[in-house]
Design a protein around this ligand. Sequence first.
Ligand SMILES: [Fe+2]
Length: 683
Amino acid sequence: MHLNRREFLHASLFLGFAIATKKGWSNKAPLSATERRDLFPQGVASGDPTANSVILWTRRPPVKDSEAKKLTVEISTSPDFKKILAGGTANISADSDWTCRFLTTDLKPNREYWYRFIDEHGFASRIGRTMTAPEESSDAPVRFTFVSCQCPNEGAMNAYRKMIFEDEARSRDQQLNFVLHLGDFIYEVTWYAEDNPNGNRGRRIRNLYKFPQGRKVSNFHLPVTLEDYRTLYRAYLENPDLQDARARWPFVCVWDNHEFAWAGYQSQYVAGGGYNAPAQNQKIYANQAWWEFIPAMVQQPGNPKLEQFVSPKVVDTPMEEFNDDGLSEEPNNLLAINSLKIQRVLRWGKNVDLLLTDNWSFRSPDMSTDDFEVPEYPRVSPQIPLEIMNYGRHYNDDNPPDTIRFNGKDIPNPTKEVFAQTFLGTEQRRWFIEQLGVSTARWKIWGHTFGTMELRSDYQNLPGELGSKWPKDAGYAVMDNRFLRDKDIIFDFIRDQKITGFCVVGGDRHAFHAGLASKALPPKKFEPLGVEFITGSISQQTLREVLEVTMKKENPKRVLHLIDQADGKMIPSMNVTPLHGVLSTLKLKETGDMEQARAVRNPDVAPHLSFVDFGGHGYGLVTATTDQLSTEFVCIPIPFERSERPDGGPLNYRVVHRTRLWKAGEAPKLEQEILEGDARYCI
Ligand SMILES: [Fe+2]
């Protein structure tokens, strides 16, 4: 049963040290093996499928007296493993925390495969299932879910259970091709139960793990070492629902912020509680742990192998200067942020190119000041100062003002000489545009972690009844709008090149949003160039949940977010305020009726938005065919505890947005249909 080394040499030149091939393996009888899930406590996984390959993953740590050094991988076309189609072996060791990546090649397109790992003692992992992508010429529809923001330490993974239950009920040709994970796969910031005896803002803390080293800041803990980051992944992957999902579909993953640092940039660690420090070593630890636990076709520059991550030697060094693009060229920073490249493109036949970017490693530091905050209005920024500071010296076609008018005063512009805020960095932005330009897929889908759509409201139109007024000269109240120059450059390219089928899928916001992607909103030119969908979190707290717990009932501004009803229930007006404007929200408070509220909407606030839910959890489900793209939001109640039901528990609503593939020069349009449940305060 041993593979001849020569038989897996050709692919090892491509990527990875261990591959599987049919040669010498096809039609072999399987090894006799005993399934021992306790010896593979994080289960199995697969990632980044192509039309003929997929990376398989497991972890086989020493357990009590049982240690393994070598794993045999078996791949079969049936779950009973009667015949083995392909296989190979891989070495494992403590250097990669006993994780194993195995690149399986020579597979057939658009097929289901089953796989398992067997150690040298005959102990086997659970059986995993995976699926290859359709061949390049295929018109087959592509289906995938997109997810983000999961924290088993403070919530349950009912969304995955529902996803599995629903997929099992579909016919084979309707089943998901893959799961796109848009990051916050882990939350590095950790609240321990003993520091927070009442839980964390209403959530029960499970204390699934403790950092071997860690650093306590305020009432939470942050990772410090490689072992600390590995501890997070090990604990998360023991979750049975997440583990079942990884064993059912290939995952395609990018990181968001929390895989490294709550609010960092490049290799700087920034967290709440005022913690802020250069962290080149920590960035490399975070990258290494991600690489070890997330099977993906990603590369370390100069290291094509899959066996072991190579850590560059760095010294934690403050970043003191930034170049014209907001990048620190400090050598330790460059080594750290380039230690793993996750930006990549994956293809599913003629229908889908999936473009994935790294939105954190190359991001510029935030140079805005708090001179323009409006403390009476929580969680919004005044539009005009925000835009001026975001564009830096590029504002107004490179003519930024000397001062910014705010509350009747002229305040010096703090960013007149400063680079524009960027999340991609110049090099990655260039790469992304190039990929977009050469893509021939009907649907060019950008896995973007946090998305591009602006959310804002017209606080300038508030009557005096809420107390202090929104400042004059401030424009709209912006809830979310970031990296405006990146947006300009990318959307100008899409418009100039007449690119069609452009779709953004995002996470991070812990909210469902659907709409049209445009670089600007009224009074500037509103010009839809694509469609955009943001998924609610798998489990992490939403704005609605946080405000319900933390916002005082007597706060006069509460109506903009929550409307209290006589029975103690709350209407989430926080969706209505950005969708329709403040007068709609006030009308909703007066009448309790959405139709009357919509009748007084301000059409300029959000001509791009079709759907907003700041209180929903769940996932998005995309189906891309030759002429239509549809995205279903599957929304579940707050997953405080694990559902005992096989379907993952109740559903709040299911809503679908569809768009026809538009022609060059046309604008995309979205159609909406509520398929199930109650989403009346989200539209
Ligand atoms: Fe998140």
